[in-house]
Design a protein around this ligand. Structure first.
Ligand SMILES: Cc1cc2nc3c(=O)[nH]c(=O)nc-3n(C[C@H](O)[C@H](O)[C@H](O)COP(=O)(O)OP(=O)(O)OC[C@H]3O[C@@H](n4cnc5c(N)ncnc54)[C@H](O)[C@@H]3O)c2cc1C
Length: 384
């Protein structure tokens, strides 16, 4: 494969990088230290994303009619890489632009598009994703949060867990069961639920991955109009598959990992600590892991640019991205302890603390490996 960036792509990357150099405030590293789900970073995103929107760097991949610029799949990737390389200043709004917005474009009613897409494109919307439950994580089809039809309303009862951004979100992209548990995937629907609807209670879960990052969300007799439903009852699985494929490609964390690795190696060289053979070997391994993740993601983007649907290649790219994240964090832990105390590069620390859960959030690595075994290596399905 002879891969090289076009001059247009190079110019585009230089423009995004220049914008970030000019516009990211000096206090960004300290704000980012609080973590992507924190009040500090969310408030920052509500200030910074409108600036990105104004400069054309928030939703360039969206259609022009919706505030975008019909940008290419490669420009979208370059934008994501540059954002992640500086610690992802879009915070939780990355979800809006990468998958919630595009999902609403494809499956939303005109009223839903009119209501939700303009604030997203302006950088002024915070959403959360209500999928996981205490007994439904990897096995999402066993979710139990119920939405009972009552005239032209649904009445929701149940509990979601590990919900990122829930305490600050205005709207939840919520998965609910509209039929019996035995009906599995075919009785699940998606509701777009305003988080200030009476009967919703959000409780933060204390955790190692940053204060305010994950929550339990309790729904007790929450009434929402049927018009909050996205698509049809029973269509949720098709919609989520579309959303998750977008989400998995939308997080080029390897761009951050390789930038961090570069900083660490430069520091070790400055301190004359890069001559040891083991240090150099481990740096090489981490760099190779970042490069493998990058090229596997590029394969997906290439497919998307040609109008193809990625399939099992998305699992390969995700597993490689998690491996890259962990290789860099392990290298930092072993050879530059000051990185892990936040004394240097605080803007990256919250994300690297999250590396311990990167293989769990948005689909556990083991599940991705199962999918690779079945669909890529054509091995038989494991016992259930
Ligand atoms: C930081 C963070 C943020 C999150 N944010 C959100 C959010 O915003 N919204 C949301 O809905 N969810 C969120 N999640 C939840 C996440 O999607 C789930 O944790 C994930 O899907 C795994 O589900 P679980 O925790 O129930 O673990 P389980 O599914 O119970 O898995 C536990 C372990 O068993 C393994 N396992 C399970 N089934 C199999 C199998 N068939 N084969 C092999 N191994 C298996 C898993 O790989 C895992 O190691 C978040 C999680 C984290 C850590």
């Amino acid at each position: 494969m002879d891969f090289d960036w076009s001059d247009d792509n190079r110019r585009y990357r230089a423009r995004v990088r220049h914008f970030l150099e000019q516009e990211l405030p000096a206090e960004w590293p300290e704000i980012a230290r609080h973590g992507p789900g924190s009040k500090e970073q969310t408030e920052f995103s509500l200030d910074f994303c409108p600036k990105l929107a104004e400069a054309g760097f928030l939703v360039p991949h969206w259609p022009e009619a919706l505030g975008g610029a019909n940008g290419t799949a490669w420009e979208h990737l370059i934008l994501g890489e540059e954002m992640w390389a500086v610690g992802e200043p879009r915070g939780g709004q990355y979800m809006n632009v990468n998958w919630i917005g595009p999902t609403l474009m494809r499956y939303g009613s005109e009223a839903q598009k009119d209501r939700y897409l303009p604030p997203m494109a302006a950088g002024k919307a915070i959403w959360c994703q209500g999928f996981s439950e205490p007994n439904a994580g990897s096995d999402l089809a066993s979710l139990r949060t119920r939405a009972e039809r009552d005239g032209d309303h649904y009445v929701i009862n149940g509990t979601k867990i590990w919900t990122s951004y829930a305490s600050l979100a205005e709207t939840c992209f919520l998965l609910v069961r509209t039929g019996p548990l035995s009906a599995g995937k075919s009785a699940i629907a998606i509701l777009l639920v305003p988080m200030d609807t009476p009967g919703i209670e959000v409780r933060a879960i204390p955790s190692l991955v940053g204060h305010g990052d994950i929550h339990e969300v309790f729904f007790t007799d929450v009434r929402v109009p049927v018009s909050t439903r996205l698509g049809e009852e029973g269509q949720a699985w098709e919609i989520i598959n579309y959303s998750l494929t977008n989400e998995r490609v939308g997080i080029p964390r390897y761009a951050m990992s390789s930038r961090v690795l570069g900083h660490i190696v430069a520091d070790l060289k400055r301190q004359d600590r890069f001559n040891d053979g083991v240090v150099r070997m481990r740096a090489g391994e981490a760099a190779a892991a970042c490069e493998a993740a990058r090229l596997l993601v590029y394969r997906l983007v290439d497919m998307r640019a040609r109008g193809q649907t990625p399939g099992p290649d998305a699992s390969l790219a995700r597993v490689a991205t998690v491996a890259a994240d962990n290789a860099v964090l392990d290298f930092a832990l072993d050879f530059l302890p000051e990185f892990t105390t936040g004394n240097v590069y605080p803007e990256y620390l919250a994300h690297h603390e999250r590396a311990i859960v990167a293989g769990i959030a948005s689909g556990a690595t083991e599940i991705q490996l199962n999918l690779i075994a079945q669909r890529h290596l054509e091995l038989p399905r494991g016992p259930r």
